[in-house]
Design a protein around this ligand. Structure first.
Ligand SMILES: Nc1ncnc2c1ncn2[C@@H]1O[C@H](COP(=O)(O)OP(=O)(O)O)[C@@H](O)[C@H]1O
Ligand SMILES: [Mg+2]
Length: 334
């Protein structure tokens, strides 16, 4: 692939700011290794954009991009970065960018919307109910009655976040009420899920219209967390990735097939990490992350490495997909 001028955006306004800075630094290093010229753009917690110590100005219009970049690589996690808002800015600038577009980013960020969309096509998922803020305030007892079908324990999550922030496992009715109140501080829409059994298995996917799935890997908790919480995700040594996942050949094939199916159904392009619960031959999709953690040692890259694709090669592929998608979308009338 020829050397290109690529702007890598990291940071962002969400609670995943620091995680994003680590991912963006790794992506920049990998692109430089691949011979590219890289611009480091940082979105500060307050939302300001900076590059080389200067404020970044955006100039939408013919011949303009972002700082003269041929491709933009947004490496942001969570709200205001992975949720379609930044993707909208990049569409406005008419510059090719890595990863999912506006709609798919927004859909995958929203656990309730994604679950509904995938359920429509019969993708197997854990049972869940939604709790919306207003009905919760007005008729809490009714809602608690409806949630009984899920049994206990349940997982309670804000509809739109990541890195396990705002998520709680509730094992009693009292904990459930506290967990819903806490999740409502993050989002007016909360999802309550029956607890899945089995192993947590993750599968990376890249591509555009014919996506390819990596070897699935298994998340093994090594610390004192009993589920994959923030601490288990970001404390060194608290999680071990086992590749390939220790599940049957049938379950492996099922994970890969569901990962690419979900990728296409959600309209994702570029990359995603599809996360599953696997119990025997039962495979349930948990979520799709359109900008998973992306350092060289993150699960996303490790799974492709185990499938024979190194980090720089993976980055080059993603840049190619970005250009391909930008070119193909320009062919449609609007
Ligand atoms: N329904 C569930 N059953 C069992 N464990 C769950 C369930 N939902 C979430 N978890 C646990 O919580 C973690 C984080 O949940 P997830 O939906 O992946 O949110 P995030 O977007 O923050 O990663 C999962 O990796 C898993 O360990
Ligand atoms: Mg997750």
């Amino acid at each position: 692939m020829r050397a290109m001028r690529i702007a890598v955006i990291g940071g962002g306004r969400s609670s995943e700011h620091e995680v994003s800075l680590a991912s963006a630094a790794a992506v920049r290093a990998g692109l430089i290794d691949g011979g590219h010229q890289v611009l480091a753009v940082e979105i500060k917690r307050d939302g300001s954009w900076r590059c080389d110590g200067k404020d970044v100005s955006l100039f939408p219009g013919p011949g303009q991009t972002l700082l003269g970049a041929e491709v933009v690589f947004p490496v942001l996690h969570g709200p205001f970065g992975e949720d379609g808002t930044l993707q909208g800015v990049l569409e406005t600038l008419d510059v090719p960018y890595v990863g999912a577009g506006v709609l798919a980013s927004a859909v995958c960020m929203d656990k309730l919307v994604l679950k509904q969309l995938l359920a429509y096509s019969g993708v197997p998922q854990v049972d869940h109910c939604s709790v919306l803020e207003r009905p919760w305030r007005e008729r809490r007892e009714d809602l608690l009655g409806e949630l009984k079908v899920l049994g206990l324990p349940v997982f309670v999550k804000p509809s739109r976040l990541g890195s396990s922030v705002g998520i709680a496992k509730a094992t009693t009715q009292a904990e459930l009420e506290v967990a819903i109140e806490s999740a409502l501080a993050f989002d007016p829409r909360v999802i309550v899920e029956a607890m899945a059994t089995g192993l947590e298995v993750e599968c990376s996917v890249i591509g555009t219209t014919q996506p390819i799935a990596s070897e699935p890997g298994e998340i093994v908790l090594a610390g004192d967390s009993d589920w994959y919480d923030y601490k288990a995700k970001y404390t060194s040594g608290a999680m071990e990735l086992v590749v390939p996942a220790r599940i049957s050949a049938t379950a492996i094939e099922r994970v890969k097939a569901l990962a690419t199916q979900a990728f296409l159904l959600a309209g994702v392009s570029g990359l995603a990490r599809a996360d599953f619960f696997v119990d025997g031959e039962d495979v349930l999709l948990n979520e799709l992350n359109t900008m998973p953690g992306f350092t060289e040692t993150s699960v996303f890259s490790k799974l492709f490495e185990a499938s024979g694709m190194g980090y720089s090669q993976l980055l080059d592929r993603l840049v190619e997909y970005a250009i391909e998608r930008h070119r193909s979308e320009a062919n449609y009338k609007f």
